[in-house]
Design a binder for this molecule. Structure first.
Ligand SMILES: Cc1cc2nc3c(=O)[nH]c(=O)nc-3n(C[C@H](O)[C@H](O)[C@H](O)COP(=O)(O)OP(=O)(O)OC[C@H]3O[C@@H](n4cnc5c(N)ncnc54)[C@H](O)[C@@H]3O)c2cc1C
Length: 477
């Protein structure tokens, strides 16, 4: 590899005549392009190439391979693991691949590889359609889909990948293919859960569903003394929901008061009277704040946007919990979480979230059907820590791991094989750090994935996401 300026000048030449842009330090737009959802994922890349077509991606991939340049792919830039930023190489930035096209007849939605969920929700709604997208609409379609994807509609339609019809993908070789159940089915199997390790997806085609009516949704805010009643409500939730509801609840100390509260996000895909009746037991607990109302579907995934701003360092962590939960156990998690956050500066916006999204539709598909391996009769629990002092990075990671392990082990979801009560791995890959062992995220699918990695990316070009490595074929004489 020559000096960095020479190499990237050569890449610029390679992409001449296209709409692609190659930005190096000092170029207008370079610094802005390094922005990520979490400040600790902002890294000074040697160059950022904003590709504008699958051909640009193919040329770039061949170029980085020939010149042995490490690279990452950036979709929406929301991962907190740092897997879409790089200090010693190139970013393949997909932000110019933002487009959504709806096929009214097939009810499918085709989204460019750099699209965010707001683009999908808004465009699909023009046709009275919706699909399973993220609950914060500035999140990228790319990373969320390739790692699985949970949303408010998962109770009805399963994961985002369960509704993925096909992907247009550029492989490590630079070859452009369409992967689906009938075209490159083994690649399509791998892409649905471990996609970030297999290529650059330039377009996703999703199945859409009729969603002509508004939905009942909103946030309730309570003081922590209501934890027992909220736990009781969550415990009955999974028996009485019919897949058309979701309940996200958890702990934080958001502005303006910065005092510990319990946040409850309600969702019912139906009319007002039904929603109010379904959530009556929690609505009657006299919340400090109640924003529930009927809203158009595209607004639903913007409700949490304010609590997910772009400032500060952030760290997602994932575990699992089973219902019923005991109120004293939840209160003890709250005490540990709140005292950790209050004993460190400016951590009040951190969140511990119990994502009670009905799982019957998710578990209708077996873990062997796709690379994704987190299907089981349990719910995700997530930490999202937010802080400003880089000196705290390590301590926060360790605390988060310990807290989630405690929640997950108590539920019998992770831990010693003998006490595990479920088949799924109990960890959502999109909430994990890149150093988590592959087997913890892909369980029994790990070996098949390593074989497919050998088939589609033998040189491990896509190596900065989960540490999935190719398993060379054993030649038997
Ligand atoms: C505020 C917030 C809310 C969230 N809510 C949800 C939720 O409701 N449901 C849920 O399931 N998850 C949720 N997540 C987790 C989310 O799924 C992950 O953070 C995901 O990685 C975000 O994708 P991205 O494209 O924005 O991120 P990026 O950081 O750009 O990408 C993440 C990984 O995917 C790769 N990648 C991205 N696009 C492509 C592509 N087109 N082709 C190949 N590789 C690609 C990147 O290289 C990187 O390895 C949330 C995250 C945040 C920060």
């Amino acid at each position: 590899m020559g000096s960095a300026p020479d190499v990237y000048a050569a890449l610029k030449k390679e992409l001449e005549g296209t709409r692609a842009e190659v930005l190096t330090p000092g170029d207008e737009g370079y610094r802005e392009s390094l922005k990520r959802w979490s400040e600790h994922c902002v890294k000074e890349a040697q160059a950022v190439v904003k590709v504008s077509s699958p051909d640009d991606v193919s040329k770039t991939l061949r170029f980085v391979k020939d010149n042995k340049i490490p690279f990452v792919v950036k979709g929406g830039g929301h991962s907190t693991s740092g897997s879409s930023s790089i200090a010693d190489g190139l970013v393949i930035d997909l932000s110019k691949l933002r487009s959504v096209a709806v096929d009214e007849e097939k009810k499918t939605i085709k989204a460019g590889g750099g699209t965010i969920w707001e683009d999908v929700d808004v465009e699909a709604a023009k046709y009275g359609l919706a699909t399973v997208g993220g609950t914060v609409n500035h999140t990228g379609v790319g990373g969320l889909t390739l790692g699985g994807g949970y949303g408010y509609l998962s109770g009805k339609y399963g994961l985002t990948i369960d509704n993925l019809v096909s992907v247009d993908i550029v492989l490590a070789s630079g070859e452009q293919v369409v992967a689906s159940e009938t075209s490159y089915p083994d690649l399509f199997w791998a892409v649905r859960g471990a996609g970030q390790n297999f290529g650059v997806v330039t377009a996703f085609t999703f199945q859409g569903y009729p969603q002509p009516d508004p939905v009942f949704a909103g946030t309730l805010v309570f003081l922590p003394d209501k934890i027992p009643q909220i736990v009781e409500f969550a415990n009955t939730f999974h028996e009485k929901n019919d897949g058309n509801q979701a309940l996200l609840w958890g702990f934080s100390a958001p502005p303006p008061n910065n005092a510990p509260v319990v946040l409850v996000q309600c969702f019912h895909n139906g009319p007002l009277a039904e929603g109010q009746a379904f959530f009556a037991d929690v609505l009657s607990l006299e919340p400090l704040v109640n924003t529930t109302s009927m809203i158009p579907y595209p607004q639903l995934n913007s409700l949490l946007n304010n609590s997910a701003g772009f400032d500060g360092r952030k760290q997602f962590g994932g575990g699992a919990f089973k219902l019923p939960l005991s109120a004293p156990f939840v209160s003890s998690l709250h005490t540990d979480f709140a005292s950790f956050c209050t004993s460190h500066e400016r951590m009040n916006e951190s969140l511990l979230l119990f994502e009670t999204i009905p799982y019957a539709a998710v578990t209708a598909t077996p873990n062997s059907a796709m690379a994704f391996s987190n299907r089981g009769d349990y719910y995700n629990v997530a930490t999202c820590f937010k802080w400003f002092d880089s000196g705290l990075d390590g301590e926060i990671r360790e605390f988060s791991k310990g807290l989630l392990k405690r929640a997950s082990e108590a539920a019998g979801v992770v831990g010693d094989e003998k006490v595990r009560s479920v088949e799924g791995v109990g960890v959502y890959g999109n909430y994990s750090n890149v150093d988590v062992p592959v087997a913890e995220i892909f369980g029994k699918n790990s070996t098949k994935l390593a074989d497919l990695k050998n088939k589609y990316d033998p040189e491990n070009l896509f190596s900065r996401g989960l540490r999935l490595v190719p398993r060379p074929m054993v030649v038997v004489n």
